[in-house]
Design a protein around this ligand. Structure first.
Ligand SMILES: Cc1cc2nc3c(=O)[nH]c(=O)nc-3n(C[C@H](O)[C@H](O)[C@H](O)COP(=O)(O)O)c2cc1C
Length: 224
């Protein structure tokens, strides 16, 4: 499965099987976490065999999660770009996990912070986590906005690569499925995307930016 197939196949999954993730896959994911941390300056941590964050707490039950033992803790130095960077790199982990036959869910609220397993340095913040594991199901398809609602540029007359970028962005996970983002194409092939006002909308922005790059092909445009 390539990354475009992963975009199409991915849905949020909150119920997992008891099945453990194989050591080779854990190693591969740890490797990708290390690469993402080098590129981004983030301090992402892959937490394994730790069921307490999604244990019998009220929040976990409210969020309807079960059997979560593995998650990525999305940590980085507090600054204006932190949420967006977390979105951009976290979605690389999500799609890679999908290609490996695993399932995921971004989680902003429904987990308990277990300080003893996390390494959060002075000046850093835990933005959110991403659960990962073998899903009890593959999740379900959700209603998506029409492309013209998330593009300031007329979709009908836009180049094919732009349409494909927007289509992939629309398949991205966003907090409460809000899809509050807007793309725009300028005459010199520069693309911009802005976040609307909403819960975790800057994390969403990073996520949709990564999906757009995969759909449009990074060789076809530049970010404004
Ligand atoms: C930044 C972010 C935070 C999220 N937080 C939660 C959460 O706290 N609890 C939860 O059950 N789902 C959470 N989600 C998952 C979204 O509800 C889900 O992505 C959205 O409904 C679209 O569904 P899909 O991922 O299956 O396409 C979050 C998603 C994102 C991107």
């Amino acid at each position: 499965m390539d990354l475009i197939e992963a975009i199409k196949a991915r849905h949020s999954v909150r119920h997992y099987l008891e099945k453990s993730i194989e050591p080779e896959k854990i190693e591969q994911l740890q490797q990708l976490v290390a690469e993402c941390n080098v590129q981004s300056g983030l301090h992402i941590q892959f937490i394994t065999d730790e069921p307490r964050s999604f244990g019998e707490s009220l929040l976990a039950r409210y969020g309807k999660f079960s059997n979560v033992k593995y998650y990525f803790a999305m940590i980085g130095i507090k600054d204006d770009k932190l949420d967006e960077t977390v979105g951009y790199y976290g979605e690389q982990l999500v799609l890679k996990a999908q290609t490996m036959g695993l399932n995921t869910c971004w989680v902003g609220l429904s987990y308990k912070k277990i300080g003893s397993v996390l390494d959060i340095a002075e000046g850093e913040k835990l933005v959110c986590v991403i659960s990962v594991g073998y899903g009890a199901t593959q999740g379900v398809d959700h209603k998506r906005k029409n492309p013209d609602r998330v593009s300031g540029t007329d979709i009908k007359t836009a180049p094919q690569w732009y349409k494909q970028g927007v289509a992939c962005a629309l398949l991205a996970p966003t907090a409460i499925n809000q899809q509050k983002f807007k793309f725009m194409l300028s005459d010199d092939n520069k693309v911009s995307v802005k976040a609307g006002i909403g819960f975790y909308s800057k994390v969403d922005l990073g996520i949709v930016r990564y999906h757009f790059e995969l759909g449009a092909g990074i060789e076809n445009f530049e970010w404004a």
